[in-house]
Structures are given as structure tokens and as C-alpha cells.
Design a protein around this ligand. Structure first.
Ligand code: TA6
Length: 277
């Protein structure tokens, strides 16, 4: 692993002998780039704010300990807008991983008076990337959290890209009045989609010009969020270009509907895994 400065951000670059690589910033412990089989697999907005004054639009933001605006904390929580502490890297047989941690003291935020440690581990394997979030209650009071790995996947052809594997899953769509529905067919790009699905046990597949990406999450993430702003909302987002909605699809491993309780001393962990076929 190589520590480096990338567009002004303190980052770690992970590389494998086959040429695959990943770049992760200390700010947000956010994966900003993942190249597998010679292709960039993540979307990073050309207008992303990279000076630490705002969350970074793209890559894999960690939303924690609150998803979206479902609580008193800033949107998507505290950790995507602050530097994490780099713990180091480890080479295993055929893979390399690195970890970051973030600690909350009870005095950190008036609306979150708890001791909480988050550890993010990023593991690069041939044609694969695994991101794992671990949370430990380091304080003396019980707490509850929600969150997500808000992964922005690269789309190279908006007309033909489709996400398969959610057929038959229950969801609600924040862009359509939160009305409960069941997924019929694949998810395609076009209008705004902001959906919280019950997790599918099987991996999802993002089909695109550069092949098929399998997307899996373990059961500690009970939901999958699929988000694309579509042209109208995209035009209002200052850190997206007008056509950025055509180049991304967020497929998020998430914990949204029911907050996860953590007793003092207790830990929780969950991962999302991407594999190019
Ligand atoms: O995960 C979907 C979502 O919560 C959407 O509602 C949308 O707002 C998106 O995340 C991006 O949020 P952000 O605060 O990064 O603009």
C-alpha cells in the first residue's frame, strides 16, 4: 500500500500484481477509485468538492451513524464529512487490505452523546472489492444507528445499463411518495429513482458496456438502496455535472428501516462486495 496525496487529499493506494487498484481517502474513509480489468468501476463526479468542506460526491461514501435525514444528525451522518485515522495495510495471499477508524466521544455532537468507534476495512482482490464497516459501542450508554455504504457505480452507457436481481423485492421510493411497491423487472436509468428495497439474498448484477458487476451484501445490511437523481434533480446538485446522472447508479448496502441497537461494549459489522465477472 502506498500513502499518497491525490488531488489534495491524503489517500492510500492499494495495488495488485494483475494491475487492479483502489484509492481510498482518509477524508470519509472513502473509496474514490477502483480499477479492475483496466476499467474504472466507480463514479466520481467531475465537480466533486475535494477540499474537506463538504462530503465527496462519488466513490463509496460511508453514511453513519445516520442514514439520510432519519434522525437529528446532519444528512447521512457524521463520518463522511471528516477525516478518519489510517490504521495500516496488510497483504494476504492474493489480496491487500487497509483499514481506517473513526471515534466519537459523548461530547462530539449534542444529538449523539455516545462513545462509538467505526472501523472501515477495504480489501482488494483480483477483479473484486470488499468494503466492511464495523461499529463498536465504546461508551457506557446504549445507542442505535442507521447507515449505508453509498456506493456510486460507474455506468458507461445509460441507454443499456440495467440492474438485475431485485425482481420481486418489496421497496418504497422516496421520489414517489414512499408508497410500498414490488419490483417488476430490472432497474434502468431515466427518471429519478430513490428506493429502499428489502435485501435480495442473491447477488445483484449491474449489466453494462464493460461486462457484468456482481454486487453482494451480507445480512447485517437488511436493505439495498438504489439511487439515481435523473436529469431534473441532477441539474440542481452543484457538485454534479448536467449529465452525471447518465454515468452512475448508486447501489447501497444499507440499514434504514429499523435502527440497529448497540449495548455498551457490543459490536456490529457488515460488508458489501463487488466482483467483475
Ligand atoms: O441514498 C439515497 C439518498 O439518500 C437520496 O435520497 C439522495 O439524497 C442521495 O442519497 C444523495 O444524498 P447527498 O446528501 O449525498 O446529496
Amino acid at each position: 500500500a502506498e500513502r499518497m496525496v491525490w488531488r489534495g487529499l491524503a489517500c492510500t493506494r492499494l495495488g495488485l500484481p494483475n494491475g487492479d487498484s483502489a484509492v481510498v481517502s482518509d477524508f470519509g474513509a472513502q473509496v474514490l477509485s477502483w480499477e479492475a480489468q483496466g476499467q474504472e468501476r466507480l463514479f466520481l463526479s467531475p465537480r466533486a468538492v475535494l477540499d474537506g468542506s463538504a462530503p465527496i460526491r462519488g466513490g463509496i461514501p460511508v453514511c453513519f451513524p445516520q442514514f439520510n435525514q432519519r434522525g437529528p444528525l446532519p444528512k447521512h451522518g457524521l463520518v463522511r464529512r471528516t477525516p478518519w485515522h489510517y490504521l495500516g495495510a496488510e497483504v494476504q495471499e492474493g489480496s491487500i487490505s487497509a483499514s481506517w477508524c473513526w471515534d466519537a466521544e459523548p461530547s462530539l455532537h449534542a444529538d449523539f452523546p455516545h462513545g462509538l468507534r467505526a472501523v472501515l476495512q477495504v480489501q482488494l482482490t483480483p477483479a473484486g472489492l470488499r468494503v466492511q464497516l464495523q461499529a463498536t459501542n465504546t461508551g457506557s450508554t446504549a445507542l442505535a444507528f442507521t447507515g449505508a455504504l453509498h456506493s456510486y457505480l460507474a455506468v458507461h452507457d445509460a441507454e443499456t445499463a440495467r440492474l438485475q436481481g431485485l425482481e420481486g423485492q418489496a421497496f418504497w421510493d422516496a421520489a414517489r411518495g414512499f408508497v410500498p411497491a414490488v419490483q417488476d423487472g430490472s432497474v434502468v436509468l431515466g427518471e429519478e429513482v430513490d428506493r429502499v428495497y428489502a435485501r435480495s439474498r442473491a447477488a445483484l448484477q449491474l449489466h453494462g458496456r464493460h461486462g457484468v458487476l456482481d454486487i453482494a451484501q451480507d445480512g447485517a445490511w437488511p436493505e439495498t438502496v438504489v439511487w439515481n437523481p435523473g436529469p431534473a434533480l441532477c441539474a440542481q446538485l452543484g457538485d454534479m455535472a448536467a449529465d452525471s446522472w447518465r454515468q452512475m447508479l448508486c447501489v447501497e448496502a444499507a440499514l434504514v428501516n429499523q435502527p440497529q441497537a448497540l449495548a455498551p461494549g457490543a459490536s456490529w459489522q457488515a460488508s458489501q462486495h463487488f466482483q467483475v465477472r
